[in-house]
Ligand binder design. Sequence first.
Ligand SMILES: Nc1ncnc2c1ncn2[C@@H]1O[C@H](COP(=O)(O)OP(=O)(O)OP(=O)(O)O)[C@@H](O)[C@H]1O
Ligand SMILES: [Mg+2]
Length: 416
Amino acid sequence: MPETTAVAEDRDESQITGKSIRLEGVTKRYPGQSTPAVDGVTLEIPAGQVVMLVGPSGCGKTTTLKMINRLIEPTEGRIVLGDEDVTAIDGDQLRRRIGYVIQAGGLFPHMTVAQNIAIVPKMLGWDAQRIADRTTELLDLVSLDPDTYRDRYPKELSGGQQQRVGVARALAADPPVLLMDEPFGAVDPITRQRLQDELIRIQQELRKTIVIVTHDFDEAVKLGDWIVVFREGAQIVQYDTPERILAEPADEFVESFIGSGAGIKQLALQRVRDVDLKEAITARPGDDAAEVLAKVEKAGHGHVVVLDERDRPLSWPSRRALSRMATIPAEADERTPVIGSGATLNDALDEMLVSNAGAALVTGRRGAFAGVITIEEVMDAIRAVRASASDDLADAPVGTNAGSDDGTGDEVAQDG
Ligand SMILES: Nc1ncnc2c1ncn2[C@@H]1O[C@H](COP(=O)(O)OP(=O)(O)OP(=O)(O)O)[C@@H](O)[C@H]1O
Ligand SMILES: [Mg+2]
C-alpha cells in the first residue's frame, strides 16, 4: 500500500474541499403545528469551516440540519450549496453529495463495516476495486485497522468504533459537506473526547464544510470555528466565534446557555499544538533494548517512545522497563497516554491524570508521533491564558431570521 506523502500542515484557501452553504429565509411548518419549528432562518456557513448549532431541546436544530440535505423539505426559503440553488433538485441526488452522521453512527445492523461504507459509492456506480481501496483508506483515516474491522458487523463494535464507521461512511464519496446530529452524544466522556480530537485532526486534513448539532456547549467551543445559538423556532440569538460568544454573550439567554465559568471555558480554546513539544528518543519493535537504554540515558530522558512502521506510538517504556527487556516489543500498550495535536489543554490534562504519567505523547497527521507534552507546559499555558478575547477576528458570517424585530430579514423576503 503506498504511503501518503506528507502535506504541509499550513493550508491555504486552495486546500479547502468544502462548499459554502446558504440558508435564505428558510421556514419549516410541520402539519398541525401552530408555530413554525424553524422560522425564516438566514444563515451563511463558510466553506471549509465547522459551524456548531446549539440551543435548548426542541428549538429546531435537527429540523434546520435536515433541511440542508432535504431529509426535511422546507416550507419556504432557498438553500444554496456553493453557487448552486439546491432547493428544488432531487433529494436523493443531493444527499449523495452531503455526508450525514447521526447518533451512534446510524449503521445498518445487517451490513458489515465495509458494506456500510460502500453504500453511497455503490449508488454512484464505483467499481469493486475502487470501493475496496476507498474503504481501506477511510478506515485508516478514522483510526480503525482495516484488516481487523472491515468484515465486522456493527454489533461487534464499541460505541466509539461505530461512530468512527459512521464518519467513514459519511465521507465515503468525498462530499464537500458533512452534517452531524449530536454525533458524540451516545458515548462515554473519554471516548467522546477522543472522537472529538479525531474529528479535529480529520478536518485539518480534509477541510470540509461541517455543520454539527450539539447539546454540549463545551463541545461547541472545542470543535466550532463558529457557533450559532438558537432559541425556539430556530431564532438566531448569536452567531459568532467561540471566543467572542464566551467574552461577549449577546444576552442573558446566551449567558445562561454558556453556563457558569465562561473564563474557565476559555481554557478549552487552547490547543496542544499551541504549546512547544519536547523531543523524545524513539525506537522500533525488534531494536536491541540495551542499545536503546544507552541512548535514553545519554539524552537524560526517562522513557523511550516505541513507534510502529507508520510512526504511530505503540508504547512508552521507562528505563526500568527497558533494562528488563532483550528487544523492544511490538505490542501496543493500551495505557500509553496519547493525545492529538488538535486536542485542548484541558483534555491533555485529563489524559495525563487518567494515565498517571505527568506527560502525554502528542500525535499529528495520521496519528504519527509529534512530540511529548508535559504537565509543566500545560500548567504554564493555563496560567498564561488571558481573559480578554481578541477583537481583531474575522467578521462574523451572516445569520438572521426573517421577521425578527430588527428587520434584517427584509432583503430575504424580496428574494423569494
Ligand atoms: N415530524 C414532526 N412533526 C411535528 N412536529 C415536529 C416534527 N419534528 C419535530 N417537530 C417539532 O419541531 C420542533 C423542533 O424540533 P427539532 O427536532 O428540530 O428540535 P431540536 O432542536 O433538534 O431538539 P433536540 O435538542 O431535543 O434534538 C419541536 O417543537 C418538535 O416537537
Ligand atoms: Mg435534535
